[in-house]
Design a protein around this ligand. Sequence first.
Ligand SMILES: [Zn+2]
Length: 409
Amino acid sequence: MDKLIKCGKFFSASNQTVKNNIAVIIRKNLIIDILPLDKISNEDNYEVIDLLDGFVMPGLIDTHIHCNLNGTFESFGQSYSLSPAFYALKGLPQIQANLMAGFTSVRDMGCAGFSDVALRDAIDQGIHWGSRIFTSGLPVNTLGGAGDSNFQPPYQGGSRNHMRAVVCGVEEARQAARFNFKYGADQVKMLATSAVLGSSDEAGPQELTYEEMRAMIEVAEFNGKISAAHAIGNKGIKAAIKAGVTSIEHGSFMDEEAAEMMCEKGIYHVPTLIALERILEHIDDKSIPSYAIKKAKDCEQARIKAFQLSLKKGVKIAFGTDAATPYNKHGEQAYEFVLMVKYGMKPADAIISATKTAAELLRWDDRLGTLEIGKLADIISTRENPLEDISALGRVSFVMKDGEIYKRE
Ligand SMILES: [Zn+2]
């Protein structure tokens, strides 16, 4: 039997318009019709879902999460003592928390041992339930870079293994990208610069060279796939832009010229404002290393300026949260919307960044991101109107993914 969702308020995310009293008809996992409610002649032909008190919109997409971690500081080095299978099992409830919070799709930005690929496939095949996952496989780092925290002495195996991709030079970078795609990654994720949670003193310095990044991006292009660069400092941001990356993650110290280059090349900015916000709220927590606190403080104002620069210049902003970093828990990341609006984005645009724009970044816009006939039935609802109070997105009351209901309050 087809499903009929009666929507009090309906926001397709194709544009800024809100419509009242709309019917959405769903057959299996697809939206097959959208029409005014009064055009429905006989409701008995449908399984009726009454969301007349709701604000109905597309399922949200978080384009930057890490399935392996969940809101506590864990050094990447710990990965080596546990199996990829363990990490996949550990990630499952975290992916489920994302779905229950209305994030029907997520992009994993790098994990241990292809555990994101295992989770993606188990969920797609119906073995487990959770958000739809866009995967990265192993994030690619330079030798000694932000993600290379294996300090086992070389005689005990060094830093090369199946848990992390650590490269030095163009040929190794190319191999790492090919290795990732071979084992099921949907994109190549690279660390262009050092990171707040890596053990370096500064958060900005470039780590991968332009040539190394270009080699990986070329492999992604050969495979018809996208690429993403963690990039904090301006030099690394510009090198990644020049190399043709699809999205800049964080982008904290980008300057006007970088923003203009991103506009020109259609590169996305994923600001992840919440990640540092949560660390800065807990600067007295001894479990977060002092080097991470220091670097979070260094980037505190810069990340806000970068977000506002992207807004001003018209850079495409895709919603992403880095869910998993300290105190930034899966399922609680809708606070990013509050920050985006606080720093100048219109509420409707903030929702579009997590639906239409996010789907375009992942090249999933043929099936997701807006509520239109022919798209997958990923649909959520809130009781309050998020255009009036953006924090309503933290209180999602209805979640449907692929035509199936996972939450209904
Ligand atoms: Zn991240």
